[in-house]
Design a protein around this ligand. Structure first.
Ligand SMILES: CSCCC(=O)C(=O)COP(=O)(O)O
Ligand SMILES: [Zn+2]
Length: 235
């Protein structure tokens, strides 16, 4: 494997290049309160390459040169190989701690993009829905969510169900429980993490983004409805 210093993988004049999109999207997510305080983020997969932001940095200040590029799929691990990179930033940065969780969306749903937010709407939903799932029905925005995140759009008459997993002290350690939830709830478009946030994926970054917007709206209105004493699921 080369030294992974190929800057041509992240330097492009195309505004739709993933290395340009990730910084731009992180800035808008920051303004929504989704990725403040360095947490949360987005990754984009284009066929055999995955573009991922660094860990523990102000996500609204990322530059294209800070982006990691990894091959997809990753080569089989051996006792001597760690994660394989096509390109690493020159700065002393580490790839997002969300990387194994983003990988769940590629491996289990063939996603092209995955978003992780620390939105307070998502966190409040995990506090008010104390069981293993968030549910809501009879909301127009349900139609903006797809079965399994990558299938056909839900109907107004469908009840949206999203699993909630328990948080762990280290983000990476959520990988197995997220995968278990994805297996148990094959139609879910995302996974909530109690007292932490949400992971949402889609076939591409546009669908991952719009689905996260719809879900965040549903978390917010669901929380308001519950606090107002209104039922969130109708028969
Ligand atoms: C205050 S952020 C705590 C860690 C976390 O939840 C997270 O999403 C970190 O992501 P990163 O991409 O910075 O590794
Ligand atoms: Zn997080």
């Amino acid at each position: 494997m080369s030294q992974a210093t190929d800057d041509s993988l992240v330097i492009s004049s195309d505004p739709l290049h993933p290395a340009n999109l990730i910084p731009e999207l992180c800035r808008s997510f920051y303004n929504l309160g989704w990725v403040t305080g360095t947490g949360g983020g987005i990754c984009i997969r284009t066929g055999d390459k995955v573009f991922i932001a660094p860990s523990g940095v102000q996500k609204e200040r990322i530059e294209p040169s800070h982006i990691f590029v990894l091959p997809f799929p990753q080569p089989e691990p051996s006792p001597h190989t760690d994660r394989v990179f096509l390109r690493r930033p020159a700065l002393n940065l580490k790839e997002s701690a969300c990387t194994p969780l983003f990988w769940n969306s590629f491996d289990l749903r063939d996603a092209g993009s995955c978003i992780h937010t620390h939105s307070q709407h998502a966190v409040m939903a995990t506090l008010l829905w104390t069981g293993p799932v968030f549910t809501i029905s009879h909301q127009e925005m349900i139609k903006g969510v797809r079965v399994a995140g990558t299938g056909h759009a839900l109907s107004y008459l469908d009840t949206l169900v999203l699993p909630i997993i328990e948080n762990t002290p280290n983000e990476e350690d959520l990988k197995d429980s997220m995968a278990e939830a994805m297996t148990k709830y094959p139609d879910a478009a995302g996974v909530l993490v109690r007292r932490h946030g949400v992971y949402v994926w889609g076939t591409d970054w546009e669908k991952a983004k719009t689905q996260t917007e719809c879900l965040d709206y549903l978390f917010e209105i669901g929380v308001k409805m519950k606090l107002a004493g209104l039922p969130t699921v109708l028969n």
